[in-house]
Design a protein around this ligand. Structure first.
Ligand code: TUI
Length: 315
């Protein structure tokens, strides 16, 4: 069964599956593998130096002739420079996180780039639709990294009602059941981050993949409430220290302690002092497998669930 939606037509992709553009995690190797398998691979820019992101984009272009995207984290201090470089290099899609990409929308779309902002609320989604976004990624607080307040289960149907653009569900989706559930809520695509962290092609340190595979249902926590930018990550020494700073309401010390910790975990494998940003569904990821296999499994499971649901409730 092919799952074709407004999203697959908008982006010219085969399957309505987007790979989350995770900073220091989603490099061109993963993005190209996902795009080659018919999904949308996304390079995570995070706070990457501009030249490094340019190399990443060029790497992806050599490895796939399919559309791929770049995720821009809008809190990045040199975000204007990153946007200019993306405009110069040209990519098919930009997803954005941690803010409103309104001021860049026209310039990106003038270059033919589709803009898919991540929205944690209906108010922002409405503003983004008015500002010309091509689709909205609704990310619930089950997700890893920087999160909003609402769960995917309540956010996605409200977004579907609030805007007429295609909505992509994100946060807490790790298998075909989550994918089918997202479609039941009205989504026309899904975005998965944590599951793709354990793709063979994901270049994060193998020790981080091992921690994800070991993770159980209550192994993530949220830190950074006091800074106004809460972040979900796997529990470890750093996360516990950050929780203490949150309790003591010391946002500046918290930000200072957190700086550079994502790369320390993902690139260098320091699983105690680094930030292991990951979603609650880490507990549902149990093996390393090629991105193409993840996508094939998601589609097969989602199909089985969608077809079996009617039979199950009619008995
Ligand atoms: O952006 C993410 N996930 C991230 S960003 C990141 S790096 C980081 N590190 C420390 C602190 C903050 C970021 C790691 N993971 N997901 C998408 C996302 N976007 N989640 C929440 C939002 C969001 C929040 C507020 C989007 C827009 C927004 O708008 C506020 C406004 O109205 O402008």
């Amino acid at each position: 069964m092919a799952l074709h939606t407004r999203l697959t037509r908008l982006l010219g992709i085969e399957h309505p599956i987007i790979q989350g553009g995770m900073a220091w995690t989603a490099t061109w190797e993963l993005a190209a593998a996902v795009s080659n398998a018919g999904g949308l691979g996304v390079i995570g820019a995070g706070q990457m130096p501009t030249d490094l992101l340019r190399e990443q984009i060029r790497g992806a272009k050599l490895a796939t002739d399919k559309p791929f995207g770049v995720n821009l984290m809008l809190l990045t201090p040199h975000i204007d420079e990153l946007v200019q470089m993306v405009l110069d290099e040209g990519v098919a899609v930009v997803t954005t996180g941690a803010g409103n990409p309104g001021k860049y929308m026209q310039a990106l779309q003038d270059k033919g780039i589709k803009v898919l902002p991540i929205a944690p609320s209906t108010a922002l989604a409405r503003r983004l639709e008015q500002g010309g976004a091509d689709a909205i990624i609704g990310e619930g607080m089950e997700a890893g990294g920087h999160i909003g307040e609402l769960t995917t289960m309540v956010l996605v149907p409200q977004l579907v009602d609030a805007v007429s653009l295609p909505v992509i569900a994100a946060g807490g989706i790790a298998d075909g059941r989550g994918m089918a559930a997202s479609f039941a809520l009205g989504a026309e695509g899904v975005q998965l981050g944590t599951r793709f962290m354990c793709a063979t092609e994901c270049t994060i340190h193998p020790d981080v993949k091992a921690r994800l595979i070991k993770a159980k249902d209550r192994d993530t926590l949220i830190t950074g409430y006091s800074t106004g930018h809460p972040v979900r990550a796997l529990k470890n020494k750093l996360a516990k220290e950050l929780v203490e700073l949150d309790k003591a309401n010391k946002p500046q010390e918290l930000e200072a302690l957190g700086a550079g910790r994502l790369a320390l975990a993902m690139r260098h494998g320091d699983c105690e002092n680094g930030s292991l940003m990951a979603g609650q569904c880490a507990a549902m990821v149990d093996r390393i497998q090629p991105a193409a296999e993840i996508i094939a499994e998601l589609l097969a499971e989602a199909e089985t669930v969608m077809l079996s649901m009617a039979t199950r409730v009619a008995q």
